[in-house]
Design a protein around this ligand. Structure first.
Ligand SMILES: [Zn+2]
Length: 347
């Protein structure tokens, strides 16, 4: 069978369902990110219109069991973050006094945990939001960026994005100083219009998505801003637009950085920025579609590069990319959140 002929929805459902059920041994070293892997499978199935394949109660119970709780409310100001753990193996048991000796909850895991709960229809108002949001402030740095855990970690745009998405989903911005966050994002825009992960670093598709999506979630950029140009904006939109459009390579795919090979996931990261900006008709969609189909596996799922084995990460972003391309039968996206559009679904 020629797997490049068309988007093979049924096989992608089969692939993601299999991944949700039991991960192959190649994912062993990603055990600590289990909730992220579950997010790819659950959200992918949702976008494919196959959420009925997910045991929602079981998934909700498991995700909720990963939330970190302080031993005492007074611990909330102790500098730690009480979010969600990435897996059972990073969740340390309490000692004999009922105290948690080590808290490994992580911003990215927290974003994925909340996204899963939202997708399966769990009411996020039922979780302990206060603990999460008060302790989230402990992670924001004086320059506005975020660390993912409370000690010894890198800080960059990825974690700032996670913090913004968390506050958006919880509909409460008390966990973040938005002005400081905006300042940090603006400092990450490079001379060529793209954004680096930290100020002064090379422009990158993923970092640029985090910057634009976070600004949009925090209410700093208007919808479809490109149609309103020239307008004043906190970032240089024309330069960013040009940078994004230049990332579509001759093979039709999007590259994450200059002179890199086209890669499935950037069809979402860069395509997503163009959608947020209202510029999704400015690139060659047919060429992108043809490129993505060369990365579609005959067993379901997508690979990073053409004609390779699929992986869960690129399978998810392949599916989201096809949703951006308005493939029939796929749910539209809430692009800034990276999940299906729950407003369009009436949730
Ligand atoms: Zn990739």
């Amino acid at each position: 069978m020629d797997s490049s002929a068309s988007f093979d929805k049924d096989r992608h459902v089969f692939y993601l369902e299999m991944m949700l059920d039991a991960l192959p041994w190649q994912y062993q070293d990603q055990e600590i990110n289990r909730v992220t892997l579950a997010y790819f499978a659950v959200s992918g199935l949702d976008i494919l219109g196959a959420l009925d394949r997910v045991d929602k109660d079981r998934v909700a119970q498991w995700v909720l069991s990963l939330q970190a709780c302080p031993s005492h409310k007074s611990d909330l100001r102790d500098g730690e973050f009480y979010g969600f753990h990435g897996s059972r193996s990073s969740q340390f048991p309490q000692d004999d006094n009922g105290s948690v000796r080590r808290n490994g909850s992580h911003l990215a895991s927290t974003y994925c945990a909340l996204a899963i709960l939202k997708i399966i229809g769990y009411d996020l108002m039922r979780i302990d939001r206060e603990t999460l949001l008060i302790s989230l402030r402990n992670l924001q740095q004086p320059d506005g960026s975020f660390m993912p855990i409370h000690i010894g970690a890198e800080k960059d745009l990825r974690f700032l994005y996670c913090a913004a998405a968390i506050c958006f989903m919880l509909d409460d911005w008390s966990g973040i100083d938005r002005e400081k966050a905006k300042e940090y994002i603006c400092n990450c825009q490079s001379y060529d219009g793209g954004f680096g992960l930290v100020p002064g670093s090379e422009s990158h598709g993923g970092a640029s998505y985090c910057a634009v999506a976070a600004l949009q979630l925090m209410g700093f950029i208007e919808d479809d801003i490109v149609s309103k140009l020239p307008s004043s904006s906190v970032i240089d939109v024309p330069m960013l637009l040009e940078w994004c459009l230049q990332k579509q390579a001759v093979d039709g795919g999007f590259q994450g950085r200059c002179n890199k090979a086209s890669d499935t996931c950037y069809a979402f990261w860069v395509g997503g920025i163009l959608k947020i900006l209202g510029a999704h008709n400015f690139y060659d969609k047919e060429a992108l579609r043809r490129f993505l189909l060369t990365c579609q596996s005959q067993y379901g799922g997508f690979s990073k590069y053409p004609e390779e084995w699929p992986d869960l990460y690129h399978s998810y972003y392949g599916v989201t990319a096809f949703s951006l391309l308005e493939e029939l039968g796929l749910k539209p996206l809430h692009v800034e959140l990276g999940i299906s559009d729950f407003l369009a679904n009436g949730v």
